[in-house]
Design a protein. Structure first.
Length: 269
């Protein structure tokens, strides 16, 4: 079987980043007009911007994935069980909690894009909160997993070792967020999501984990559970670290998929 060319994937990634930034800027200009330099994005801008951004990402995924099949994007059951989705979800939330706590204690969280989202969510009305759950949770969880773990990682794994494919895909996932702290967090979360995809042969557990993780973050912030205080962050960080290690151990008990098994996400072992 001929190995696929990789350059179309990386070109698509660059196009996606540029198109998303242009789209976000256009939404800001249309919404704020001349007040653009003075304005800070509000819930309406975030919701509309999310719709446009992820429509672009989904369109590029479908255009680049050829032949367009469920297996091509990792949308197959593989060996994934409901328990895998649960473990992946708990592990992802735990890892994100550890990173967020470190960011809070280091004083970099509030000045990052995540700090901006925190302020946005705290000031949102209930209808706006519903829209933010859609644009910050459901859309990213589905579209980002389809693009990064479904398209990019699947294609890279057909040419490179799985570990290389996971790391490079996670680096692209981090760059996609274009914020030093959020990109760092996205890189490590991407490693976890990529690892789950390789172990299960499916991106479905990662989609579930990604959506629930983002929703948990939005709800925690809306309920005022995200604090910059020392003791809460030490406690949340310690609990998160323990849970993450336990989830990682649970996945490591599962042997990798055999090389002969025709699962797109882990085609090369």
């Amino acid at each position: 079987m001929n190995k696929p060319r990789l350059w179309p994937v990386f070109v698509t990634f660059v196009v996606a980043v540029l198109a998303a930034q242009v789209a976000a800027m256009l939404v800001m200009v249309i919404h704020f007009g001349r007040r653009l330099r003075e304005a800070e994005p509000d819930a309406h801008v975030q919701i509309v911007g999310g719709l446009v951004t992820y429509a672009i990402l989904l369109a590029l995924t479908l255009l680049t994935a050829r032949p367009l099949t469920r297996a091509r994007l990792g949308l197959v059951p593989g060996r994934a069980r409901p328990l895998d989705a649960l473990i992946a979800t708990v592990g992802l939330i735990a890892l994100g909690t550890v990173i967020d706590s470190v960011g809070m204690l280091a004083g970099v969280y509030e000045g990052s894009a995540l700090g901006g989202f925190k302020r946005l969510i705290e000031g949102a009305t209930r209808p706006q909160l519903g829209g933010l759950l859609f644009s910050l949770c459901l859309l990213p969880g589905l579209c980002e997993e389809l693009f990064f773990r479904g398209l990019v990682q699947t294609r890279l794994a057909q040419r490179w070792r799985p570990i290389t494919a996971v790391v490079v895909t996670s680096a692209c996932f981090g760059l996609w967020h274009l914020d030093p702290f959020q990109s760092t967090e996205a890189f490590f979360l991407g490693l976890g999501l990529g690892y789950v995809a390789v172990r299960t042969g499916s991106i479905w557990p990662g989609i579930v984990a990604h959506v629930v993780n983002n929703a948990a973050n939005v709800l925690f912030q809306a309920l005022g559970l995200v604090s910059a205080a020392l003791l809460p962050n030490l406690a949340w960080g310690a609990v998160g670290l323990v849970l993450f290690v336990l989830c990682l151990m649970a996945f490591r008990r599962r042997p990798p998929l055999p090389a002969a098994e025709p699962v797109a996400v882990s085609a090369v072992q």
